[in-house]
Design a protein around this ligand. Structure first.
Ligand code: NAG
Length: 131
């Protein structure tokens, strides 16, 4: 009897594992950021990115060289929903590596990883856009 139960137990585990694998779905962007985002220093900007998949993908941001984007207090924040938030800034606080840079959103889960198009950020005063 104990043998029968343990055999059934093994089968149940195998079925659950196989089922789980069949349900895996690779990441897909539900919101892919635009290729170009321009904003004024006084307004700031929010750049959303989100993805679907099973298991739910982890969404994050990288720089052009592939290194992860880190938050910069007062200038750049990454929201829990993975949106990139550029705060309004004083002209003195302009930083090329933040305000005039190329970013890329990535989404990864157990199936794989995908990357968004390049997202070119250009921030500044009126002058910047007339150059
Ligand atoms: C943006 O820059 C202008 C001058 O170029 C400045 O007057 C304004 O205060 C700045 N905005 C912020 C939020 O600092």
């Amino acid at each position: 009897m104990g043998f029968v139960v343990s055999v059934i137990g093994v089968f149940v585990v195998v079925i659950v594992v196989a089922n789980g694998e069949r349900n895996y779905v690779g990441p897909r962007f539900t919101v892919e950021p635009r290729g170009k985002v321009q904003f004024y220093n006084s307004t700031g900007a929010i750049v959303p990115c989100s993805a679907s998949g099973v298991p739910l993908p982890t969404v994050s941001w990288i720089r052009q060289d592939g290194s992860p984007v880190h938050e910069v207090p007062g200038l750049l924040q990454i929201r829990p929903d993975a949106s990139l938030v550029f705060a309004p800034f004083r002209p003195d606080d302009f930083r090329q590596d933040i305000h005039s840079a190329t970013y890329r959103c990535t989404a990864s889960n157990a199936v794989g990883i995908i990357g968004s198009r390049d997202v070119n950020i250009r921030a500044g005063g009126l002058l910047i856009f007339s150059l």
